[in-house]
Design a protein around this ligand. Structure first.
Ligand SMILES: [Zn+2]
Length: 126
């Protein structure tokens, strides 16, 4: 498989239309929200994937992506993830004071990270 310089097998700018279709870049198959990143195959998700002929593009732990990871994870998401890692590694928050002084979106992002990490750790032990 072709890999870019940073080791990623995904490089939307050089993909053919066929590649983009196969990887559902920018969700051009117009999958419903719950069917783009799947943790559990409910009847609704299974029907949606079947109806639109979507194929799994990428797995990360127990999450299966049915959209190209480069378009599913936006630049904002990457920035937020880096900020959360930085806060955890450094022990410093974004603004002075405690968690009560932080913007709501940051508190929410940190909580989501904690939940995802706990799920990933639990999954790793199964
Ligand atoms: Zn793509």
């Amino acid at each position: 498989m072709f890999k870019t310089r940073d080791g990623s097998p995904f490089e939307c700018s050089i993909c053919t239309d066929r590649d983009k279709s196969a990887r559902n870049c920018r969700n051009h198959k117009d999958l419903l929200d719950g069917a783009q990143a799947v943790r559990a195959y409910t009847d609704e998700v299974t029907r949606e994937l079947g109806d639109k002929g979507a194929q799994k593009v990428f797995s990360l732990g127990d999450v299966r992506l049915y959209e190209c990871p480069l378009s599913y994870l936006t630049e904002d998401t990457y920035c937020l993830m880096r900020l959360v890692f930085l806060i955890e590694d450094s022990g410093f928050l974004l603004y002075a004071g405690g968690w009560g002084e932080q913007p709501h979106w940051l508190v929410e992002a940190f909580e989501m990270y904690k939940v995802e990490r706990a799920l990933a750790l639990r999954g790793g032990k199964n």
